[in-house]
Design a binder for this molecule. Sequence first.
Ligand SMILES: [Fe+2]
Ligand SMILES: [Fe+2]
Length: 164
Amino acid sequence: MGKKALEIAGPGVDGTIAMLHKAYAFEMSTFHYFQYVANNIEGLGVLHENFFEDRAKEELGHAQEVNERLMELGTNPTDDPARWEQESGVGKLEPKRYLSLRSAVEKALEFERAAIGLYNDLANATKDKDHGTYELALELLKDELEDEQTMEDILARLEIQDKK
Ligand SMILES: [Fe+2]
Ligand SMILES: [Fe+2]
Protein backbone atom coordinates (compact mmCIF):
# COMPACT_ATOMS: atom_id res chain seq x y z
CA MET A 1 0.00 0.00 0.00
CA GLY A 2 1.04 3.58 -0.54
CA LYS A 3 1.25 5.48 2.72
CA LYS A 4 1.53 8.81 0.96
CA ALA A 5 -1.23 7.77 -1.44
CA LEU A 6 -3.55 7.22 1.48
CA GLU A 7 -2.55 10.46 3.17
CA ILE A 8 -3.12 12.63 0.09
CA ALA A 9 -6.41 10.88 -0.72
CA GLY A 10 -7.82 12.91 2.17
CA PRO A 11 -10.32 12.41 4.97
CA GLY A 12 -13.11 11.12 2.71
CA VAL A 13 -11.03 8.14 1.68
CA ASP A 14 -13.26 5.56 3.42
CA GLY A 15 -16.22 6.57 1.27
CA THR A 16 -14.01 6.46 -1.82
CA ILE A 17 -12.77 2.98 -0.94
CA ALA A 18 -16.36 1.78 -0.48
CA MET A 19 -17.23 3.12 -3.94
CA LEU A 20 -14.18 1.41 -5.44
CA HIS A 21 -15.21 -1.91 -3.85
CA LYS A 22 -18.61 -1.48 -5.45
CA ALA A 23 -17.01 -0.63 -8.81
CA TYR A 24 -14.87 -3.77 -8.61
CA ALA A 25 -17.92 -5.95 -7.90
CA PHE A 26 -19.75 -4.22 -10.73
CA GLU A 27 -16.97 -4.69 -13.30
CA MET A 28 -16.46 -8.35 -12.40
CA SER A 29 -20.23 -8.88 -12.70
CA THR A 30 -20.41 -7.26 -16.13
CA PHE A 31 -17.28 -9.15 -17.21
CA HIS A 32 -19.03 -12.40 -16.28
CA TYR A 33 -22.22 -11.32 -18.03
CA PHE A 34 -20.47 -10.48 -21.31
CA GLN A 35 -18.24 -13.55 -21.28
CA TYR A 36 -21.20 -15.85 -20.62
CA VAL A 37 -23.20 -14.25 -23.40
CA ALA A 38 -20.22 -14.50 -25.79
CA ASN A 39 -19.82 -18.21 -25.00
CA ASN A 40 -23.48 -19.15 -25.18
CA ILE A 41 -25.31 -16.86 -27.56
CA GLU A 42 -27.02 -18.55 -30.49
CA GLY A 43 -28.96 -17.55 -33.58
CA LEU A 44 -28.31 -14.08 -34.94
CA GLY A 45 -26.27 -13.27 -31.86
CA VAL A 46 -23.36 -15.51 -32.90
CA LEU A 47 -22.52 -12.88 -35.52
CA HIS A 48 -21.63 -10.70 -32.56
CA GLU A 49 -19.81 -13.28 -30.46
CA ASN A 50 -16.50 -11.41 -30.74
CA PHE A 51 -18.27 -8.20 -29.92
CA PHE A 52 -19.41 -9.60 -26.57
CA GLU A 53 -16.02 -11.16 -25.93
CA ASP A 54 -14.34 -7.79 -26.51
CA ARG A 55 -16.79 -6.15 -24.11
CA ALA A 56 -15.92 -8.80 -21.50
CA LYS A 57 -12.20 -8.02 -21.90
CA GLU A 58 -12.83 -4.31 -21.54
CA GLU A 59 -14.80 -4.70 -18.30
CA LEU A 60 -12.18 -7.10 -16.91
CA GLY A 61 -9.57 -4.44 -17.66
CA HIS A 62 -11.67 -1.92 -15.73
CA ALA A 63 -11.82 -4.31 -12.77
CA GLN A 64 -8.03 -4.58 -12.86
CA GLU A 65 -7.61 -0.81 -12.82
CA VAL A 66 -10.02 -0.45 -9.90
CA ASN A 67 -8.14 -3.27 -8.10
CA GLU A 68 -4.89 -1.38 -8.59
CA ARG A 69 -6.32 1.80 -7.09
CA LEU A 70 -7.72 -0.13 -4.11
CA MET A 71 -4.25 -1.52 -3.46
CA GLU A 72 -2.70 1.94 -3.65
CA LEU A 73 -5.21 2.94 -0.98
CA GLY A 74 -4.15 0.06 1.23
CA THR A 75 -6.82 -2.56 0.64
CA ASN A 76 -7.74 -5.45 -1.63
CA PRO A 77 -11.04 -6.19 -3.35
CA THR A 78 -13.20 -9.07 -2.19
CA ASP A 79 -12.02 -12.55 -3.18
CA ASP A 80 -15.56 -13.91 -2.91
CA PRO A 81 -17.54 -13.92 -6.19
CA ALA A 82 -20.78 -14.33 -4.19
CA ARG A 83 -20.27 -10.79 -2.94
CA TRP A 84 -20.14 -9.29 -6.43
CA GLU A 85 -23.88 -9.76 -6.66
CA GLN A 86 -24.54 -8.07 -3.32
CA GLU A 87 -22.09 -5.23 -3.79
CA SER A 88 -22.40 -4.39 -7.48
CA GLY A 89 -25.80 -2.75 -7.16
CA VAL A 90 -27.08 -4.63 -10.23
CA GLY A 91 -28.24 -7.73 -8.38
CA LYS A 92 -28.57 -11.17 -9.91
CA LEU A 93 -27.11 -11.36 -13.41
CA GLU A 94 -28.70 -14.46 -14.95
CA PRO A 95 -27.00 -14.03 -18.35
CA LYS A 96 -28.75 -17.18 -19.57
CA ARG A 97 -31.91 -15.09 -19.84
CA TYR A 98 -30.29 -12.76 -22.37
CA LEU A 99 -29.04 -15.00 -25.15
CA SER A 100 -30.82 -13.34 -28.07
CA LEU A 101 -29.02 -10.43 -29.67
CA ARG A 102 -31.65 -7.84 -28.78
CA SER A 103 -32.09 -8.91 -25.17
CA ALA A 104 -28.31 -9.20 -24.67
CA VAL A 105 -27.73 -5.67 -25.93
CA GLU A 106 -30.70 -4.23 -24.03
CA LYS A 107 -29.39 -5.71 -20.78
CA ALA A 108 -25.89 -4.49 -21.63
CA LEU A 109 -27.23 -0.97 -22.13
CA GLU A 110 -28.70 -1.14 -18.63
CA PHE A 111 -25.25 -2.06 -17.26
CA GLU A 112 -23.45 0.67 -19.18
CA ARG A 113 -25.86 3.26 -17.81
CA ALA A 114 -25.36 1.96 -14.28
CA ALA A 115 -21.59 2.20 -14.83
CA ILE A 116 -21.93 5.81 -15.99
CA GLY A 117 -23.83 6.65 -12.78
CA LEU A 118 -21.22 4.89 -10.69
CA TYR A 119 -18.17 6.64 -12.17
CA ASN A 120 -19.94 9.98 -12.30
CA ASP A 121 -20.62 9.66 -8.56
CA LEU A 122 -17.01 8.60 -7.94
CA ALA A 123 -15.70 11.59 -9.93
CA ASN A 124 -17.97 14.00 -8.03
CA ALA A 125 -16.90 12.52 -4.69
CA THR A 126 -13.16 12.78 -5.39
CA LYS A 127 -12.87 15.98 -7.46
CA ASP A 128 -10.33 18.43 -6.00
CA LYS A 129 -9.62 15.92 -3.18
CA ASP A 130 -8.24 12.61 -4.36
CA HIS A 131 -6.62 13.22 -7.76
CA GLY A 132 -5.56 9.60 -8.31
CA THR A 133 -9.07 8.22 -7.94
CA TYR A 134 -10.57 11.20 -9.78
CA GLU A 135 -8.37 10.55 -12.84
CA LEU A 136 -9.38 6.89 -12.84
CA ALA A 137 -13.07 7.77 -12.49
CA LEU A 138 -12.85 10.12 -15.50
CA GLU A 139 -11.05 7.55 -17.62
CA LEU A 140 -13.56 4.81 -16.84
CA LEU A 141 -16.51 7.21 -17.20
CA LYS A 142 -15.31 8.03 -20.73
CA ASP A 143 -15.16 4.31 -21.64
CA GLU A 144 -18.64 3.68 -20.24
CA LEU A 145 -20.09 6.66 -22.11
CA GLU A 146 -18.67 5.20 -25.35
CA ASP A 147 -20.12 1.79 -24.42
CA GLU A 148 -23.56 3.31 -23.91
CA GLN A 149 -23.39 4.96 -27.33
CA THR A 150 -22.30 1.68 -28.94
CA MET A 151 -25.22 -0.23 -27.42
CA GLU A 152 -27.71 2.49 -28.38
CA ASP A 153 -26.41 2.49 -31.97
CA ILE A 154 -26.74 -1.29 -32.26
CA LEU A 155 -30.30 -1.23 -30.90
CA ALA A 156 -31.28 1.59 -33.25
CA ARG A 157 -30.02 -0.39 -36.25
CA LEU A 158 -31.59 -3.70 -35.26
CA GLU A 159 -34.97 -2.44 -36.42
CA ILE A 160 -35.93 -3.30 -39.97
CA GLN A 161 -37.22 -0.06 -41.37
CA ASP A 162 -40.25 -0.05 -43.68
CA LYS A 163 -39.46 1.85 -46.85
CA LYS A 164 -42.33 4.11 -47.73
FE1 LIG B 1 -16.59 -1.07 -17.11
FE1 LIG C 1 -18.79 -0.81 -20.12
